[in-house]
Every structure is written in C-alpha cells, then in structure tokens.
Design a protein around this ligand. Structure first.
Ligand code: NAI
Ligand code: MG
Length: 480
C-alpha cells in the first residue's frame, strides 16, 4: 500500500431525501401521470435503483402545455418585469441555500464526481439564475428593440450530462424574458429537476410558470409536436436535433438547438506544456468526457508531441477514478449502460482502424458503469474516433506541422461547437481563432463557462446561442 494514498473522503448523502416514486410537476402540483407508468432511475456508480419516475404520455404533456399557456396569459405576462425578476432572484438564493443537497443528488443520479457537482455545476446553476434575474427588468436596454416580447410557451428538452446546469441554461432565460415553460429532463437524470420543482414551490412561483414532465424520447417528441408550443429549446444529440428540426419545419415554432461537438484542442510548440497538459486533462476528462464541448481531438504540433504525450501519460496516471461521492475522485461513473456501450464500441473501432490505445493502470469498481481514461495516438482524420462524438473519457491525438495544417484539421468536422488554442503568442492565438469555425474558443485554458458568455455552435453543432445578451434573443421575438 502506498503510504501517500488518499484516505477515503466520502460526502454524506444524509442531506437528500429520495422518495420511492416521483410524479409529474404540472400547474404547481405533483400529479400522477395519466399514463399510469413509471420507470426506474439508477445510481450509475452502483447500478442500484434510486427511485421511480413518472413517464408522461401525450395526455400528460397536453395538461402541462395548457397549464403553461394559462399561466402565461393570466399571470406571467401581466406581471411587471421587476416582479418577474424578484422570483428569479428568489430561486437563485434558494438554489444557493440548498446547493449541497442539489450537488449530492446530482452525483447520485448522474455519476459525476461530487467535486464537480459541488464546485462547478451547482454554483453555475445559481449564477445563471442571478445573471438572468438581473436582465428581467432591463430587456429594453439589451439592444433588442424597445419592448421585446416573449414567445409565450416554451418546450425545453435537456440531456443527462449536466442535468441541473442545462435546466438553468434553459429555464432562467425563458422566465427572465417572460415565457412560461414545460421542461423535459433526460430519462436517466430527472431527480434534480424534480427537486427544482420543489424550489419553484418554495419560491412561491405562480402555478404553471414552470412545469416538469419526465419521460424518454416519446415524451420529448410529444412536447415538440404539441401545437400549443411556441418555441422549442433542445440540448442533446445531433441526431435528435435533426429529428426535431424536421418535425417543426412548416410550423410557426421557433427553435434553438445545442447539439454535439468534436472539439480540436490545438497545442502549438511554443505553448507552456505543463499548463497545456492540465488543459488537455480538463478538456477531455472533466465530467467523464460527457461534454458536448469536450476537447476530444488533441492536435499537437509534431515537434512537441513526444514531450506532450510523456507528460500527459504521467498526469493521467494520477487521475483517480472511483466513487463519485468521494471528494478526491476525478472521474466518476459513466451515466448509463447505453453510453458505456457506445464508448466501448467506438474505442474498439479506434483499435480496429489502427490507432494505438493507452490507459494508465486503473482499477474499475465491480458494480456500475465505468471506463478508464484512454488516449489514442496515431489517429488519422478518417478514423471514426476522429470524426464521431464519443462522449466519454477518450482522447484522440493527431499531429500537425504548420499552423495552416492545424486549422485545416481542426475545421475538418461536421461539428463546430468549441476549440482550444495553446500558445505563448497572443497574435498567433488571435490569428488561429479567427480561422476556426467554432462557437466558443478558449485560449490557454479549456471548459470555462460564465452566464454572461454566449455558447453555441456552427454547422451540425446547432442553431442559436445560450447565455449572455445574445442568448436572450432566443427567447424574444426579436425583429418580428
Ligand atoms: P439524446 O439526444 O437522445 O437525448 C437528449 C434528450 O432528448 C433527452 O431528454 C431525451 O429523452 C430526448 N429525446 C430523445 N429522443 C427524442 C425525440 N425523438 N424527440 C424529442 N426529444 C427526444 O441523447 P442520448 O441518446 O442520451 O445520447 C446519445 C449521444 O448523443 C451521446 O453519446 C452523445 O454523443 C450525444 N449527446 C450530446 C449531448 C450534448 O450536450 N451535445 C448531450 C447528450 C448526448
Ligand atoms: Mg440516474
């Protein structure tokens, strides 16, 4: 036994109370689903069932949309903007007060390390509500017209990788701009959204302003296709994004889509290599790599490849994988059996297509879903692992000789969500950034988020932006 081994530092779960069963949140109340159906949600770190979640069918979705419409017409659209803002401030403060409860519940249901849910996800959730609370009564100064109007009832569908954070990205701007909401969380991670429903009650938010319908793809499709929805906001896979775009074509529904990515993280030979290695690790191993803007394609200048890879392997050998509730854990559980199967399948394809696979020695826990941090070297542009979103802790390493080659390779993807540039020269960073087709570009850092900064993609990474002044436009009838 290594005498310097970390002792376990488990976060207590006593702060959360998980019910045996969860109903739908419609018109300010928890109501049993018309469908009569429930499905299990599990802790992916143990494989054990945490609770049962209601599966909303189209009748349930209809009730939720009608509640949102009534709340919009009778209450929410009649409130002054300053009053609306007060509710958002109240929600933000309650989220801060209950932050530890949310962090522990998120970690239990999602599998992400408590270090991340506690220090990244939930603080950013509160920040998004505070930021948008401030906008509520200042919209006429946003440069979007004298009195920009909301769409009305917004349908929102979110993924499982950042369950509460994606809820905040969706709900906070929608309410601040005066819309009401029907939100569908992802089927593997509904619990924090249902706890958020309690926060809405606690804040005294008028009934029907936020409605939460749980369920899988069919529930999402019922929401997308409901004629009472004025706008759809979706974050998830590009495949489902395309489906949604197809099904709302020819309707008056507005849409914002935040889809997949295959970001290039470019390391020039003049970069501070130790810092870049930290950025590479943060870029691909944060949240088990379940990140749409993950730096999943490393582009290293050829003359520093050996140094970067040697240091990266040493650094990866110190990553701790295991119980997400342990405060020392860096990599938690893969969110679902289906996602683990996808990561395994793409990694096997990487080997079959001739790339070289490497992982540090790493004991995987016996139960639950786990995948060791992995890098592939000798990857070429045509390999599936260089083109497809793996959405796991798997890095594909490619090399380049000239800045022009780096840009061509970086842009050679159907996606365009994010990118990273590492160099000591500001002029080189700006020149590179101006040529990259990516919505968010980090320089000498990676995976930094702020509610004031817009986020979104080019090409198949989606439509529209979320966050910042620009993100408000998605929830307002701008220029109409
Ligand atoms: P998904 O796109 O199926 O799920 C995202 C959300 O859409 C969930 O709430 C789901 O219930 C809902 N949904 C599914 N089918 C729908 C439909 N026909 N109409 C309306 N809503 C629908 O993503 P999934 O299957 O969980 O993950 C598959 C892959 O997608 C991942 O391996 C990853 O590559 C990518 N992904 C990307 C995300 C991102 O943030 N860009 C987030 C989640 C997944
Ligand atoms: Mg779960």
């Amino acid at each position: 036994m290594n005498p310097f081994e970390y002792a376990p530092a488990l976060e207590s779960t006593s702060i959360v109370t998980i019910a045996d069963r969860y109903k739908l949140f419609i018109n300010g109340k928890f109501v049993a689903p018309r469908s009569g159906k429930y499905f299990p949600t599990i802790n992916p770190a143990t494989g054990k069932k945490l609770s049962e979640i209601a599966e909303a069918n189209s009748a349930d979705v209809d009730l939720a949309v009608k509640a949102a419409r009534e709340a919009y017409v009778k209450v929410w659209s009649k409130l002054s903007a300053a009053e609306r803002g007060k509710y958002l401030f109240r929600i933000a403060r309650i989220l801060q007060e209950r932050a530890r409860e949310f962090a522990v519940l998120e970690t239990l249901d999602n599998g992400k390390p408590i270090r991340e849910s506690r220090d990244t996800d939930i603080p950013l959730v509160a920040a998004h509500f505070f930021y948008h609370a401030g906008w509520a009564d200042k919209l006429k100064y946003a440069g979007l017209g004298d009195a920009p109007k909301p769409h009305g009832v917004v349908g929102q569908i979110i993924p499982w990788n950042f369950p509460m954070l994606m809820l905040a990205w969706k709900v906070a701007p929608a309410l601040a701009t005066g819309n009401t909401v029907v939100l569908k969380p992802a089927e593997t991670t509904s619990l924090t959204a249902l706890l958020f429903a309690e926060v809405c009650q606690q804040a005294g938010l008028p009934n029907g302003v936020v409605n939460i319908v749980t369920g899988a793809g069919a529930t999402g499709a019922a929401l997308v296709n409901h004629p009472g929805i004025d706008k759809i906001a979706f974050t998830g896979s590009t495949d489902v994004g395309k489906l949604i775009a197809t099904s709302i074509a020819g309707t008056k529904k507005n849409a914002t889509l935040e889809l997949g990515g295959k970001a290039a993280n470019i390391i020039y030979d003049d970069a501070a290599i130790d810092e870049a290695v930290e950025g590479i690790v943060n870029g691909i191993f944060f949240n088990q790599g379940h990140v749409c803007c993950a730096g999943s394609r490393l582009l290293v200048q050829e003359n520093v490849q050996d140094e970067v890879l040697a240091k990266l392997k040493v650094r990866m050998s110190h990553i701790r994988l295991g119980n997400p509730l342990d405060k020392n854990t860096d990599i938690g559980a893969i969110n679902s059996a289906a996602q683990l199967a996808k990561i395994k399948e793409l990694s096997a394809a990487g080997e079959a297509e001739g790339a070289e696979r490497w992982s540090p020695p790493c004991d995987l826990p016996p139960a639950g879903f786990w995948f060791a941090p992995t890098i592939f070297t000798g990857v070429s542009q045509t390999h599936r692992i260089a083109r497809e979103e793996i959405f796991g802790p798997v890095l594909s390493v490619l090399t380049f000789r000239t800045p022009q080659e780096a840009i061509e390779k970086a842009n050679n993807t159907p996606y365009g969500l994010s990118a990273g540039i590492w160099s000591e020269k500001g002029s080189k960073i700006l020149w590179t950034a101006s040529k990259l087709r990516a919505g968010v570009i980090w320089a000498n850092t990676f995976n930094k988020f702020d509610p004031a900064s817009p986020f979104g993609g080019y090409k198949e990474s989606g439509w529209g932006r979320e966050g910042g002044r620009y993100g408000l436009t998605a929830y307002l009838k701008v220029g109409k």
